[in-house]
Design a binder for this molecule. Structure first.
Ligand SMILES: [Zn+2]
Length: 314
């Protein structure tokens, strides 16, 4: 079990150090390894706006207090979702069925009704969580674009080059577009600018039907990105044997890819079995199928009164 008592100062340092973090991003359009750019985007935002680190460290202190007080929501948060579709080709203009399939995946994964939840190893069954958050598709906004491939510079979220978010304090905005650079998706953490709030997915990793392809065909890219949007970190803490600020996840060496054979042992202190099936690792979609109670508490803390996403709360 990891210690998660971090002072505000230590957190600012932690975030600063994450500027050094890199993730594999192959230069081809076919994504060979899972690439999520959330941490890189966060590092860039922190460089551009020094007050972001302070806002995020305040969110961390609030999260710790909310978790200690037990004053958390349980199954009462319903998230309205607006899906913004940017398309250059007919295929990129993904169908409503494909969009709804993504909403369905989120509802299953965040309520432990996903069919593979039962594959959770006995070692982790005691901490496997029903997060109890539901998602409702409120609207789909479509816009054609001449952009062949978007990057992580948030252009898809601008009114001029993309689609501006709908009321981000009360709506989860998701963008589907053609993302380049081997990136499957990225999210903005709580504390960032409202103008760029939400999650972005490559249209080939959006939902579980239509244009989805390869090993990212079960909608788990969005489950992972929405986890970030709700303040979850990568399970390896974006560092060798790093901390994800959650007490019931094992310490991982680094990201895991493909679908590792169980048990996969960490070489970090205590050599624990790694929780490679956690949504916040980097495995193929079929390899990830659980959140933990500790992750649930972190997510719940942002929705209570005073929390970073209290606009969605009870
Ligand atoms: Zn990620």
């Amino acid at each position: 079990m990891k210690k998660i008592l971090l002072s505000a100062a230590a957190l600012v340092m932690l975030f600063s150090c994450q500027n050094d973090t890199t993730e594999t991003a192959p230069e081809t359009s076919a994504v060979a390894k899972r690439g999520c750019a959330s941490q890189e985007v966060l590092a860039a935002q922190m460089k551009a706006d020094p007050t972001l680190a302070l806002r995020m460290s305040k969110i961390e202190s609030f999260t710790e207090k909310a978790m200690l007080s037990g004053r958390l929501v349980n199954g009462n948060v319903e998230i309205p979702v607006v899906v913004n579709v940017l398309y250059r080709t007919a295929a990129e203009n993904i169908s409503l069925a494909q969009i709804q399939s993504q909403i369905d995946v989120l509802n299953e994964d965040f309520n432990a009704t996903n069919s593979d939840f039962s594959a959770t190893p006995a070692l982790f069954s005691g901490v496997a969580a029903n997060v109890g958050i539901t998602f409702v598709l409120q609207n789909v906004v479509r816009k054609s674009t001449r952009t062949t491939s978007f990057s992580t510079n948030d252009a898809m979220k601008s009114a001029s080059k993309g689609i501006a978010p709908t009321t981000p304090t009360t709506v989860l905005n998701m963008w589907s577009c053609n993302l380049g650079g081997g990136i499957l998706g990225y999210a903005q953490f709580p504390g960032g600018s409202a103008a760029t709030d939400g999650v972005v997915m490559d249209n080939n990793a959006f939902g579980r039907t239509g244009t989805v392809s390869g090993v990212y065909n079960l909608g788990r890219t969005a489950t992972h990105e929405v986890g970030h949007w709700m303040n979850l970190r990568h399970i390896w803490g974006d560092a060798n044997c790093g901390s994800d600020l959650v007490s019931d996840t094992p310490t991982h060496d680094t990201a895991n890819y493909s679908v590792p054979a169980y048990p996969h042992y960490s070489t970090c202190t205590g050599t624990p079995v790694e929780m490679t099936m956690n949504y916040m690792d980097y495995t193929d979609d079929r390899g990830m199928y659980m959140f933990t109670n500790g992750q649930k508490s972190r997510m719940a803390a942002i929705f209570v009164s005073g929390g970073a996403r209290a606009g969605f709360g009870i």
